[in-house]
Design a binder for this molecule. Structure first.
Ligand code: NAP
Length: 546
């Protein structure tokens, strides 16, 4: 580490992605007086909400929380129309934010970042893109999304299929008319569960191909009444303050103690109330120990299975739809509107791939072990290479030419989910090792971006040209994250949370499970103590780094 430092890169910071994370990073870094440029592969802002335009797509964190808190006028001016906003409404919001804060001119659209190579001599990154654009910057902020890199479609014979192929996360912007068609949906995670009830009334016949039944709870979505919006806005500061220290980064109905402290009748009464009025993913926090204790968890799983049997008329279909063999919530809980009831329609068929596995695609459809299903269109709702895929698919090379993909070959290691040892001046927003997807990701995005801005201010104040997590700090944080994971049931189950949906991906709980509030405290403490665990390189008076 002793070479002249190049004083003039093109930009202080490159921001990769223009969704919730990228837009806020651009805003906050520019406000800090840094020169910034954003790269976005899409034609416009929105990230997840730009790409996932399938019918039924909506958020299942309440809109009042799943929105920026950084600007009080913004949160007073914007009014959400529903408790859980639809994809079009969230996209309108992000467009509004981009315009209101003049962020669009900072972003180069239609430009995918393909490489980022660190030059140790000049302490800068050279960022390569799918266009001729190449820029050099002091820092790179990866804001490319946690559920944005698609899982590869590796179905035998897929190339033979002559019908329409769609993916929930690449839905055509002009929409697609599937009325009167024979359609299959492959995948019954959150995307499939939202899509199926909306597609069924259009199609001639809908086949839902399910490999693993997942638990789904009702959203209980509803319009936000004007008086409710006014009340919430009047108390927004308190609401935001509460979620900053909360476990999941969102407003919650308090849990009713341990599930095991109640007798069966009382427990059922409490679950019934949540099911009817609570709505959404907070079902898992009906009691304090549902995510931690198998016996407590089983009470919630049994309750939901009973609801499925109550709702679905055909007992065999109900049985196939009933998740088995894993605790509720250890695969991401789905939140739906009328999902199970949709299987009572005569024009909807559940294809249980555990009983009749998918053999191959044919020219005219899909063959399972039970025979051929003729189809005009197939929708893939098959998921993502979560948390790491958006970073590892880019050729990111740090010290000594090591790639992030190599560094993470045995599972991702980070310092606080925000920095990677050996990759100076590179930051990951809501990366692996941070709470990220285990809660309201917008709250976590704001927390991470603000921490990064503070860190860069500190770097400037001490005259550093680079900041880098140390290997010891990365090891220590990875150990702490593993300890937090070990407390949960989630870490033991195969799911995208643990990397199990991607062949060859190392298995570990990817997000930090210690809670949003606790994580914020840890990050704040690191900043307050002058960033122990990070090395700041300061050039010597001779123009060399020390
Ligand atoms: P996902 O949860 O990973 O679900 C993928 C589905 O595809 C699973 O049912 C999976 O079955 C199936 N699948 C994958 N490969 C398959 C194959 N080769 N053959 C048969 N089935 C296959 O993906 P997602 O539904 O897109 O959701 C991902 C995450 O995005 C969610 O968990 C959530 O965090 C977020 N999301 C949120 C919302 C919301 O806010 N409401 C909406 C959509 C997405 P197996 O389980 O057997 O692998």
């Amino acid at each position: 580490m002793s070479a002249p430092v190049d004083p003039a890169p093109d930009y202080d910071v490159v921001v990769v992605g223009a969704g919730f994370a990228g837009l806020y990073a651009l805003y906050a870094l520019r406000a800090e007086g840094l020169s910034v440029v954003g790269f976005e592969s899409g034609s416009d802002v929105g990230g997840t909400w730009f790409w996932n335009r399938y019918p039924g797509a909506r958020c299942d964190t309440e809109s009042l929380d799943y929105s920026y808190s950084f600007d009080k006028d913004l949160q007073q001016d914007w009014t959400w129309s529903e408790r859980y906003a639809t994809q079009p409404e969230i996209l309108r919001y992000l467009n509004h934010v981009a315009d209101r804060f003049a962020l669009r001119p900072l972003i180069r659209f239609h430009t995918e970042v393909t490489s980022a190579v660190y030059d140790e001599d000049s302490a800068t990154w050279t960022v390569g893109t799918s266009t001729a654009d190449t820029v050099r910057a002091r820092y790179v902020v990866m804001a490319a999304g946690v559920l944005s890199s698609l899982k590869e479609l590796d179905f035998p014979g897929l190339e033979r299929f002559r019908g329409t192929r769609l993916h929930t996360a690449r839905w055509p912007h002009e929409g697609v008319d599937l009325s009167g068609q024979r359609v299959a949906v492959i995948g019954t995670g959150s995307s499939g569960v939202q899509l199926v009830p909306r597609l069924a009334p259009q199609t001639a016949h809908l086949h839902v191909l399910q490999r693993t039944a997942n638990f789904s709870v009702p959203a209980r979505n509803r319009p936000v009444l004007p008086e409710e919006a006014a009340r919430e806005k009047a108390g927004y500061d308190e609401r935001r303050a509460e979620i900053r220290v909360s476990r999941a980064g969102m407003k919650e109905i308090p849990a009713e103690g341990s599930a095991l402290d109640h007798d069966a009748a009382e427990r059922t009464r409490i679950f019934e109330w949540r099911w009817a009025y609570g709505g959404g993913p907070t079902f898992l926090r009906t009691f304090t120990d549902l995510a931690l204790d198998e016996q407590a968890n089983a009470t919630a799983a049994d309750f939901v299975r009973a609801k499925i049997r109550e709702t679905v008329a055909d007992p065999e279909t109900a049985d196939s739809l009933s998740p088995k063999g894993f605790p509720i919530g250890t695969k991401r809980l789905c939140v739906d509107t009328d999902y199970y009831a949709t299987f009572n329609r005569p024009d909807v068929t559940l294809v249980d791939l555990r009983k009749t596995p998918l053999v191959e695609f044919t020219e005219n459809g899909i063959r399972t072990t039970a025979g051929e299903i003729e189809l005009d269109a197939v929708v893939f709702a098959t998921g993502f290479d979560a948390l790491t895929g958006a970073i590892t698919r880019i050729d990111v090379r740090g010290r000594g030419g090591e790639t992030v993909a190599e560094h993470w070959a045995d599972g991702p290691r980070t310092m606080l989910g925000v920095a990677v040892a050996g990759f100076p001046n590179l930051f990951t927003v809501t990366g692996p090792g941070s709470p990220s997807v285990l809660g309201n990701v917008v709250a976590s995005i704001e927390q991470h971006v603000e921490w990064i801005v503070d860190c860069l201010r500190h770097a400037r104040e001490v005259g550093a040209v680079s900041v880098e997590a140390t290997r010891e700090a990365e090891e220590d944080w990875s150990r702490q994250a593993a300890e937090a994971a070990a407390q949960t049931l989630m870490a033991r189950n195969a799911s995208w949370y643990t990397g199990a949906n991607i062949p060859g991906k190392a298995r570990q709980l990817l997000p930090y499970a210690g809670g949003v509030g606790r994580f914020r405290e840890i990050c704040d403490d690191v900043a307050a103590r002058g960033y122990p665990g990070f090395h700041f390189t300061v050039p010597t008076p001779t123009g060399h780094q020390a």
